[in-house]
Write a protein that binds this ligand. Structure first.
Ligand SMILES: [Zn+2]
Length: 261
């Protein structure tokens, strides 16, 4: 897709969310294969979380999607052709993580790579026995510290359709975590006191549990994976998270800025 068409798409999203109720205005930014109404409808339709936002947050959402589409490059891999719809939905889902006042939309990120399914990654880290397996690892998503997020498109869609796994939330939570350098399970915050206390308590709780009810056991791997996993639970299983992990839910609600329960 040529750069000017992509800027057109970004401007279009801005127009829809900035000038809600003035949709005529949006028609100044036509797209070759999608009318302004379609783009707005697509986001409303697939991102149920939008109904939870205040008018100010919706305006902010529009700004963040616009910046995301303008600043990040999408690359189709493994034969996948990236469509406008894919760009819009990934940008929209990721932008729901950065509605806090003053939040930058993933400043280090340059590229989003999309695959037509799970992809294989060579394993370089030794396991608990000090062995490096010969077989590559199958992944549905990866976040590289700094500049890149890699996603399996069918798994992106599954998350939007309500699956417990939301690979966009998981990988972009890693981006938020890495943004302050450490990758230690804490994003950039004004005050780490309550965050550390609640996250530490809940992390220990997950490590002790054999069959956790709400949280994916994978979160027990490390504080960084814990932040990814609890963010997924916040977006995908808000009511259950609020019921069984009330303090964790409240912490994430205050951080992301809206209710999911
Ligand atoms: Zn992870």
């Amino acid at each position: 897709m040529p750069a000017d068409a992509l800027i057109g798409l970004a401007a279009l999203v801005a127009a829809i969310f900035f000038f809600a109720g003035r949709r005529q205005r949006a028609r100044q930014y036509p797209l070759p294969d999608r009318s302004p109404l379609d783009a707005g409808d697509l986001l409303e339709d697939r991102l149920g979380w939008l109904a939870r936002l205040s008018p100010a947050q919706r305006e902010r959402f529009g700004e963040q999607v616009q910046r995301f589409l303008r600043e990040k490059r999408f690359v189709g891999c493994g034969g996948l052709e990236v469509t406008d719809e894919m760009r819009l939905l990934v940008a929209g889902m990721a932008s729901l993580l950065v509605l806090r006042p003053g939040a930058e939309p993933f400043p280090q990120l340059r590229e989003v790579l999309l695959y037509p399914g799970p992809f294989l990654v060579p394993v370089t880290e030794p396991d608990e026995f000090g062995l490096v397996p010969d077989e590559p690892d199958e992944r549905i998503g990866e976040s590289w510290q700094g500049d890149r997020v890699i996603l399996s498109w069918p798994d992106v869609e599954a998350g939007l359709d309500g699956d417990e796994v939301n690979v966009v939330v998981h990988e972009f939570a890693h981006q938020l975590d890495d943004d302050n350098g450490a990758g230690d399970g804490a994003p950039r915050l004004a005050d780490y006191g309550e965050w550390s206390e609640v996250m530490q308590t809940e992390f220990e709780r997950l490590r002790r549990h054999r069959r956790p009810r709400v949280l994916d056991p994978y979160g027990a791997e490390s504080p960084a994976e814990f932040f990814g996993v609890v963010s997924e639970a916040f977006f995908q299983r808000g009511p259950e998270l609020a019921r069984h992990h009330a303090r964790l839910y409240a912490l994430l609600r205050d951080y992301y800025g809206f209710e999911t329960a």
